[in-house]
Write a protein that binds this ligand. Structure first.
Ligand SMILES: [Fe+2]
Length: 229
């Protein structure tokens, strides 16, 4: 099996250009998606992260347009099946949560991080391809966007930070507050439409399976009731 350098340059160039067009499609749609997510978020801290990243996304669109110019290409978006799948999955789960609830915020964070991870993977690969093709300016611009995506992912992680026994977080911390509210909401609902499975346990991979209780234990690992003798 050959290495990346063994591939025909024209093939790599084709892959690079196709990936640029796909991520361009993603960014154009993400501007609207992030605006919708901001509207649906409950907590102001989360709204602010969506707002900030939407502004960055407009810069990312402009950078891609500059790269198209450098490549001598028209800025032509190409449908990205992978990102569309994440959008579809995200909205399906978000729509099953109550408006103005902390549960919705938790689900929004999960959906947003899946999108960020997809973008990080795409821009990471694009940076390598640009370097391999000796497209220095494009590589610099792509790397700038990659850093913004990583930073956005980090901010979402901070908002979803679990409470750890060894590292107590002040109660006033907005992230802790959001997650505690989400946990309370889920317990009160005894499993939402989006997460409840037969028997009332958390579905694997569901939002409440990812959360932790006040002792730092995963919420998904619920003890079954003791049997009566
Ligand atoms: Fe982006």
């Amino acid at each position: 099996m050959g290495t990346i350098e063994d591939e025909a340059p024209s093939g790599l160039k084709l892959l690079y250009r196709m990936m640029l067009q796909e991520i361009y499609w993603c960014e154009l749609h993400l501007r609207d998606v992030l605006e919708n997510m901001e509207e649906r978020a409950y907590k102001e801290e989360l709204k602010a992260v969506f707002r900030r990243h939407r502004a960055e996304t407009s810069d990312q669109v402009a950078r891609l347009e500059k790269i198209f110019y450098l490549e001598g290409m028209a800025a032509q978006p190409v449908f990205c099946r992978g990102m569309q799948g994440l959008f579809d999955e995200g909205w399906q789960v978000i729509d099953q949560t109550d408006e103005g609830s902390a549960h919705r915020d938790a689900v929004l964070i999960v959906a947003a991080q899946k999108v960020e991870h997809y973008e990080i993977a795409s821009y990471g690969s694009l940076c390598i391809l640009a370097q391999t093709l000796a497209a220095q300016e494009a590589s610099r611009l792509l790397n700038q966007t990659l850093e913004e995506e990583r930073k956005a992912d980090e901010l979402f992680s901070q908002l979803a930070l679990p409470v750890r026994k060894t590292e107590p977080v002040p109660v006033s911390d907005p992230a802790v507050h959001i997650m505690k509210q989400a946990i309370k909401g889920m317990d009160a609902g005894a499993g939402s439409r989006s997460t409840k499975v037969d028997g009332g346990a958390s579905a694997p991979g569901s939002a409440d399976a990812l959360l932790v209780d006040d002792n730092g234990e995963p919420k998904g690992r619920r003890k079954s009731p003791e049997r009566k003798k």
